[in-house]
Design a protein around this ligand. Structure first.
Ligand SMILES: NC(=O)c1ccc[n+]([C@@H]2O[C@H](COP(=O)([O-])OP(=O)(O)OC[C@H]3O[C@@H](n4cnc5c(N)ncnc54)[C@H](OP(=O)(O)O)[C@@H]3O)[C@@H](O)[C@H]2O)c1
Length: 166
């Protein structure tokens, strides 16, 4: 099974502010939806709680939520006490590519486990306390980059980048 991470970050590595995402880029949401559809998605408890009610769970994909709380309930999702346990379940179920979908705390732990990173690199600096972890460019190779310009629905330009662990 391939373990992937998927995230969108600003030029200053910000990915979140006050348990929300500090931009609105519909084509990035579409990319996220299409890339992860029908795959296991694994997220931290805070990311789960930040999802709007109609996306809780994210439709058409098994949602796995990580928490240290033993009695946590996430309706429509399955709860795990570690990232490794969640990934082992996805593997056992025959998943070919599981996606770690954040947030910051989970990405930090996922970096050591991931084979691929789908990173939307947004050309703008944002305020926010949650960042995507620095990763050693020497250990990862960029395998694709697709540029998206500013338009009437997108206030920032961005690149859909895919990195693979060497
Ligand atoms: N831009 C993007 O691509 C993107 C994507 C996703 C999320 N976000 C943003 O990221 C922010 C949320 O990130 P965050 O760092 O605050 O939280 P998070 O990573 O979503 O969740 C953290 C929680 O996960 C649980 N956890 C973490 N490590 C664990 C482990 N080893 N074992 C068991 N449970 C573990 C803990 O839950 P308990 O406290 O319940 O134990 C912890 O409080 C939001 O602002 C969200 O909008 C951005």
């Amino acid at each position: 099974m391939i373990t992937s991470m998927i995230a969108a970050m600003g030029s200053n590595r910000v990915i979140g502010k006050d348990n929300d995402i500090p931009w609105h880029l519909p084509d990035d949401f579409r990319y996220f939806k299409e890339t992860t559809k029908n795959h296991y998605v694994i997220m931290g408890r805070k990311n789960w709680e930040s999802l709007p009610p109609k996306f809780q769970p994210l439709p058409q994909r098994p949602n796995l939520v990580i928490t240290r709380q033993s009695d946590y309930l996430a309706e429509g999702a399955t709860v795990f006490q570690s990232l490794e346990d969640a990934l082992a379940t996805a593997r056992k179920m025959g998943e070919k590519e599981a996606f770690i979908i954040g947030g910051g705390e989970i990405y930090r732990q996922g970096l050591a486990l991931a084979d691929k990173i789908y990173l939307t690199e947004i050309n703008g600096d944002f305020e926010g306390e949650i960042t995507f972890p620095e990763f050693d460019q020497g250990k990862w190779i960029e395998i694709s980059r697709d540029h998206h310009d500013i338009d009437d629905k997108h206030r920032y330009s961005f690149d859909f980048v895919v990195y693979k662990k060497k």
